[in-house]
Design a protein around this ligand. Structure first.
Ligand SMILES: Nc1ncnc2c1ncn2[C@@H]1O[C@H](COP(=O)(O)OP(=O)(O)O)[C@@H](O)[C@H]1O
Ligand SMILES: C=C(OP(=O)(O)O)C(=O)O
Length: 622
């Protein structure tokens, strides 16, 4: 009875689909993956996208029989919202929203409201202010980073065999989701204004999805206006039914006595309903990373394409594409904003059969210590339309103080991608990557600023995902914490890491991609004694990757880790290139090397049984 599912997803199985039951023999996959040119073009990509809704079905019944209506907006003639009108939803739209539980007698829905209006509402109702350069300064309240421990995935029959269940993807039952969803709608019904933002995720029309955000804060609506791909008036008029809906009632807590709740915060995704509910956190980053989790599921499973936590840019002269993988704070945004290259995107991409496309329509840059000298593109993107989140400002001049971490170290700016002067719009390239740069922020100061990886080392490091958690990005993280964040994306991956790793190895072999490991973290000592690798040197290294200079350099082996490191590179002090020479205290260095190598061994044990011996041996040898 529950399959009157409006947005039922039906598609030809993707190549990745054949591994739908896990544990699967990962070793076979990776062994196959590292042989060159084994990648066949995706069957799924030849079929038309499967997310087309069934326009006749809107009522959904869940297993327990609770009727549930999707708040569709079908009317075509209201791209704008106006304060003057009691509601800009008319006819069937009103009906759908009220059937979905929205109190249309009471609330006013503002759909894709103009930026100026969102500014006005945020200032009037949320205490926002305008910064000296015109950005909207806003605050997310108690939570100023993501809450991974409160993230849940609904356990249901359409996706249960695909999901990598565990501490990242914690199970929630369908009924609890319904309770929280209802709680979110009930809360939204108490607001005078409810904002709806309709936009796309994914710049390649073949693989994009339609996302609807329903929220109570103008700041959240503006955030998603910046982070999703903004539809044209015509696209908005013909938007139809969304493929994925976010109900953000972040100001209102979850009921801690609801089954499975660990706190008053809940961030939950239901792949059957294609919905997300947010309670008890107003940190805007939850929404963009929620969309990313959905793409980490849909792209491999439904489309046979590889989603990656990466930034991407393209050379202006050669047209060469680089992907920068990395967990939060490792430098994806900073290093991909490069005056000599066009920015495809700063955080979430899909490596498809035909090239690379950005999932988002904007960037979410860190503002800590932001300066015009060091990061001019990002600094100048802080203007009308951008959101400064949790940034301290001078109350008289309204000038932001990027060095003040009084609220959080995780200060942010969300801006539309076109605010970066060299943005490649549309953010898609029909060209395969030439270079992959894996960014790690090593708090032990052990890994070299740059090393060239073999394909096996690339698989090893991608699966291990060694880096540090940056202070502030996750609730409770107060200093850089070494972590093994598989696929450099652990909080957002939905499938077993081996499925992404296998697709990556296939694509890298097929397109002969060079891979580099860059440590943007500590050097000449660990966190506390050493210092972070100066940005100017990392930039110089990245330039040398792009010019081809580094590929031609002379290399030496960095023992224990077996990494190939350049002996010299003009513009970077020679002693910095080899951590052994950079550390003044050699004994302390050797101790840290052994410690980190041991941690790698322990972390990789999770995958050891399943990978080819060559991949296993590509890690540190202790
Ligand atoms: N060597 C370096 N390389 C890259 N970023 C660095 C470096 N040293 C310091 N940083 C700082 O680290 C932060 C990197 O953040 P960001 O680029 O937003 O990371 P991500 O996009 O991966 O989350 C920025 O604040 C940047 O100024
Ligand atoms: C927004 C986040 O990541 P990033 O810093 O990579 O943008 C996050 O991890 O919440």
């Amino acid at each position: 009875m529950w399959l009157l599912q409006a947005r039922a997803i039906k598609s030809a199985p993707s190549p990745a689909f054949r591994f739908s039951t896990f544990p699967h023999p990962l070793h076979r996959l990776l062994r196959r993956a590292i042989r060159p040119s084994r990648c066949s073009s995706s069957a799924a990509s030849k079929t038309s996208p499967s997310l087309q809704p069934n326009p006749t079905a809107t009522m959904v019944y869940t297993q327990g029989g609770t009727p549930y209506v999707t708040p569709h907006i079908l009317h075509k003639h209201y791209a704008q919202a106006y304060d003057a009108e009691p509601s800009n939803l008319i006819g069937r739209d009103l009906e759908y929203f009220s059937q979905a539980g929205f109190d249309m007698e009471r609330i006013q829905i503002k759909r894709n409201a103009p930026v100026a209006q969102l500014y006005e509402d945020a200032i009037r109702n949320e205490g926002a202010v305008i910064s000296a350069s015109g950005a909207l300064i806003n605050f997310s309240g108690k939570k100023t980073g993501r809450s991974p421990k409160d993230k849940r995935i609904v356990y249901e029959e359409t996706s249960k065999d695909e999901i990598w269940w565990g501490s990242v993807n914690i199970k929630m039952d369908e009924h609890t989701f319904e309770i929280n969803r209802e709680r979110a709608i009930d809360f939204l019904n108490t607001r005078d204004n409810v904002y709806v933002f309709d936009g796309y995720a994914g710049w390649d029309p073949k693989y994009r999805i339609k996302v609807r955000v329903i929220c109570a804060r103008a700041y959240h609506a503006l955030f998603m206006h910046n982070m999703l791909i903004r539809p044209s008036d015509e696209e908005l008029a013909n938007f139809g039914e969304p493929d994925f809906i976010i109900y953000n009632a972040g100001q209102f807590p979850a009921n801690r006595f609801t089954k499975g709740m660990s706190s008053a915060t809940s961030v939950e995704i239901n792949f059957k309903r294609m919905e997300m509910v947010i309670l008890g956190t107003e940190y805007a980053g939850e929404m963009k990373k929620g969309v990313f989790s959905v793409m980490h599921y849909l792209q491999p499973v439904k489309f046979g394409q590889l989603s990656l936590h990466s930034s991407a840019n393209v050379g202006m002269e050669k047209g060469d594409v680089t992907l920068f993988f990395g967990l939060s704070g490792t430098g994806k945004t900073t290093l991909s904003a490069d005056p000599r290259r066009q920015l495809i995107g700063d955080d979430e991409h899909v490596w498809s059969d035909t090239g690379v496309f950005n999932i988002e329509g904007g960037c979410y840059a860190k503002c800590i210590n932001l300066s015009a000298e060091k990061e001019p593109e990002i600094y100048n993107a802080v203007r009308f339309g951008s959101i400064l989140e949790n940034v301290v400002y001078n109350p008289i001049t309204r000038v932001p103080d990027y060095d003040d971490i009084g609220i959080t170290e995780n200060t942010r700016c969300a801006y539309p991608i076109e605010y970066i002067p060299n943005a490649k719009i549309p953010c898609v390239v029909d060209r395969q990557p030439s270079n992959i740069i894996m960014l790690t922020c090593d708090a032990f100061g052990v890994l070299p600023p740059v090393s060239k990886l073999t394909p096996e080392q690339a698989s090893y490091h991608f699966l291990a995902g060694y880096t540090s958690k940056t202070p502030g990005t996750e609730d409770g993280v107060l200093e850089p914490i070494p972590t093994f964040s598989t696929c450099y994306s652990a909080p957002f991956i939905v499938l077993h890491p081996g499925r992404y790793a296998e697709m990556l190895a296939e694509r890298m072999a097929k397109h002969n991609v060079d891979c580099w490991l860059i440590n943007t973290g500590w050097t000449a000592g660990k966190y506390g004694t050493g210092k972070r690798c100066p940005l100017k040197y990392t930039r110089r290294i990245v330039d040398a990757v792009h010019s081809g200079e580094l590929a031609k350099a002379e290399f030496e082996t960095f023992g224990t880790f077996g990494l190939q490191i350049p002996i010299a590179l003009e513009g970077v002090p020679r002693e910095l290139l080899n951590p052994r020479s950079a550390w003044p205290d050699k004994e302390a260095f050797e101790r840290e090397v052994r410690k980190l190598a041991g941690m790698f061994k322990k972390a990789f044990a999770l995958y050891e049984e399943d990978v080819d011996e060559k991949v296993r041996l590509a890690g540190p040898q202790v």
